[in-house]
Ligand binder design. Structure first.
Ligand code: ASP
Length: 343
């Protein structure tokens, strides 16, 4: 640790960034973190002290789960007071979910937690990993009057820092893999690193950090489509284990008005199972008062997901269900922006 420069903890969870090709199958698999660092000698040139820690078994992020979110959260929480910023190396496939989870886990976060990864392995000649890692570390080390500039969970990829819980992976082929459709970038890396100070989260510096690492997995997302089956949908939504439902609706939050669907909503309300309305549109927000096809949802207590991403919506549902909130408290809390994830 160096008291004169920012101290950054680099956490490796896995992902393409640290993968190599399996000789036999040709498929990518995770490899040793130490080897990964050898590929970025430039890290020594950064004006910060970097320490590293790795998941014992690095994963492809498709295997991410709430227990591993807790493992990652615990690493950050255990080292929170020793470091000025954290960089999480993570597979891009589920990075938006993890960034959302971390944002909810840390209430009153006052340090940067920057998630990043890459589309090509670090050893690849054309890799995007180096720029992503180097700039993510620079962002985590940015300080003003010896205090971190960024005090939230961000996701840095291909020259943009985005609010983590506002992102979606939208491209499997291009280096620009992520978008934040409903919120502006927090920083853009060009010739200069330009921070959008106006749109950063500004936590109350007098408030204490609260950390929670529990998530309820008894949840479901139902994506509506014309012709959706009454039998299958009813069975899934009313499954005895389900404790929370997200319905992905059309346009401004509209859903079918068929009697069977209304009956399901009515039943869920009676059982005090929260139902969240998220739009299938990438941009814009839910407004259940706009059309007749939205009004019946309001009548049955459906909660507005406003302009939240589906990744953040499901993680927020899992997070809030793990806390002992009443049906009413749950609704109030869900419709509120907790970490800048919605309007
Ligand atoms: N499948 C990889 C993962 O998410 C993809 C990536 O890292 O970009 O772990």
């Amino acid at each position: 640790m160096n008291p004169n420069i920012p101290n950054i903890l680099l956490i490796y969870t896995g992902g393409t960034i640290g993968m190599i090709k399996d000789f036999e199958s040709g498929a990518l698999k995770a490899f040793n973190f130490k080897k990964l660092l050898k590929h970025i000698p430039e890290l020594k040139l950064l004006h910060c002290h970097i320490e590293t820690i790795s998941f014992e078994e690095p994963i492809d992020s498709s295997d991410m789960n709430p227990l591993l979110w807790a493992q990652l959260g615990n690493i950050i929480h255990d080292h929170y007071h020793d470091f000025d910023g954290f960089v999480v190396l993570h597979g891009s496939d589920t990075m938006s979910y993890t960034a959302s989870a971390l944002s909810f886990m840390f209430e009153n976060l006052q340090k940067p937690v920057i998630c990043t990864g890459s589309q090509l392995p670090i050893g690849d000649l054309r890799t995007d990993a180096k720029e992503n890692v180097i700039t993510a570390i620079q962002l985590a080390a940015l300080q003003y009057q010896e205090k971190p500039v960024i005090k939230e969970v961000g996701l840095y990829f291909e020259y943009k820092l985005l609010r983590g819980n506002r992102t979606s992976k939208m491209n499997a082929a291009h280096f620009e893999a992520f978008r934040s459709y409903n919120y502006p970038p927090l920083a853009v890396s060009g010739v200069k690193l330009v921070v959008n100070h106006k749109d950063l989260l500004k936590p109350d510096l007098n408030k204490k950090l609260f950390y929670k690492d529990q998530f309820c997995t008894e949840v479901i997302i139902i994506r509506l489509f014309p012709g959706i089956s009454k039998e299958i949908t009813t069975e899934m939504m009313l499954h005895s284990k389900v404790r929370g439902v997200i319905i992905e609706t059309f346009g401004a939050g509209n859903a079918l008005t068929a009697e069977w669907f209304v009956t399901v909503l009515k039943e869920l309300k009676e059982r005090e199972i929260p139902v969240i309305n998220c739009t299938q549109c990438k941009m814009g927000e839910v407004n259940m008062k706009a059309y007749e096809t939205g009004k019946h949802l309001l009548q049955y207590g459906v909660i507005s997901g406003k302009d939240i991403t589906i990744e953040s919506a499901i993680v927020k549902l899992m997070f809030l269900l793990s806390q002992n909130l009443s049906y009413k408290q749950f609704k109030t809390k869900y419709e509120k922006s907790l970490r800048g994830e919605m309007l």
